[in-house]
Design a protein around this ligand. Structure first.
Ligand SMILES: O=C(O)CCC(=O)C(=O)O
Length: 258
C-alpha cells in the first residue's frame, strides 16, 4: 500500500491512483446482488419518466436502495487516503453505479469529468470500485493522467492517444481527482462489466441526493462519528428556525465542516 505521502504526490500529479485487492470477493458478490435490485428500481423510473435514452446500464443513488451499500460506506474504504486528499472532513456526494453493457455505449463512454468548476483546492474525488475484472475488451476506463491540472477539455484525438486504461481485478478501487478527464471504454465482449461510481466532496457542497433524509434523520445516532460525518449528517440544511437555533452538538450544520 502507498504511504500517505506517496498517495498525496500521485493524486496531485497524475490525478488517479489504483488500489489493488481492497474488497473481498464475498463482499463484491453481495454488492453485485444489490446492483441487480437497484438497476431494476432505477430503470423503471428512468423509463417511466422518459429519461431512458443513453442511460442504459446506469444506476443512481444506491444508498437507501439496499443495506449492502450502507455497509460499503460503513467500511470507510481508503479513509486515510481520503482524509489526506481533503485535509478536512468530507462527505459522500453521489453514490452511483455503471453496468457497462455489451455493445451499448451509455453517457459514461463520453469523455468527461464529474465536476464543471475548475478548482485548485481539493474539492471532489471519485471512487471507482471494480465489481468485475476490468479488461481492455470489456471497457476498462480511460484516464488522461495530469489532466486534473488544466482547465481545458482535451481533444478526442489527444485524449485517446495519451490516456491510460485502468485494467484491474474485481475488488480493486481507483481514486481519482474529479477534474481528471476520463471515459468508460466500449464493452466488446458478451458479458456485462460492473462498477460502483462514487464521488466524495467537501461538506459544504450539496449532495446529489439528500442521503441523511433518504436514510432517515433518526438513523444518525446508530452510526459511528466517522460514518455519520461521511453520510452527511453533520452538514444538513435546516428548514426552520427551530432546527436552526440549536446548541452546537445538535446543529444540522455542525462546526468544522469548512
Ligand atoms: O464505468 C467506467 O468505466 C467509468 C465511470 C465514469 O465515467 C464515472 O464514474 O464518472
Amino acid at each position: 500500500m502507498l504511504t500517505q505521502e506517496e498517495f498525496h504526490d500521485e493524486i496531485k500529479d497524475r490525478g488517479w491512483v489504483h488500489f489493488k485487492g481492497v474488497l473481498s470477493s464475498e463482499f463484491v458478490d453481495a454488492l453485485n446482488e444489490g446492483m441487480d435490485i437497484a438497476y431494476q428500481n432505477c430503470r423503471n423510473v428512468q423509463v417511466q419518466n422518459g429519461v431512458d435514452v443513453n442511460t442504459d446500464g446506469t444506476v443512481h443513488h444506491l444508498l437507501g436502495q439496499h443495506e449492502v451499500f450502507l455497509e460499503f460506506i460503513k467500511k470507510l474504504p481508503l479513509h486515510d487516503y481520503m482524509k489526506t486528499f481533503f485535509g478536512i472532513p468530507y462527505i459522500v456526494n453521489g453514490f452511483g453505479g455503471v453496468i457497462n453493457l455489451p455493445h451499448k455505449a451509455s453517457y459514461v463512454c463520453n469523455i468527461h469529468r464529474d465536476i464543471r468548476t475548475f478548482y485548485t483546492l481539493p474539492m471532489m474525488i471519485n471512487m471507482l470500485v471494480m465489481l468485475d475484472d476490468f479488461t481492455l475488451e470489456n471497457g476498462a476506463t480511460y484516464f488522461l493522467s495530469g489532466s486534473n491540472k488544466k482547465d481545458e477539455r482535451p481533444t478526442d484525438e489527444d485524449f485517446y492517444a495519451k490516456s491510460e486504461r485502468a485494467v484491474g481485478k474485481a475488488g480493486d478501487i481507483i481514486l481519482f481527482d474529479s477534474l481528471v478527464w476520463h471515459a468508460a471504454g466500449k464493452n466488446t465482449t458478451e458479458k456485462i462489466r460492473r462498477a460502483l461510481t462514487l464521488t466524495y466532496s467537501r461538506p459544504f457542497m450539496k449532495q446529489q441526493l439528500d442521503y441523511p433524509r433518504a436514510l432517515g434523520y433518526d438513523r444518525g445516532e446508530e452510526f459511528s462519528e466517522d460514518v455519520r460525518q461521511v453520510l452527511g449528517y453533520n452538514s444538513r440544511v435546516p428548514s426552520n428556525l427551530s432546527e436552526w437555533y440549536q446548541p452546537p452538538a445538535k446543529r444540522f450544520y455542525k462546526p468544522g465542516q469548512g
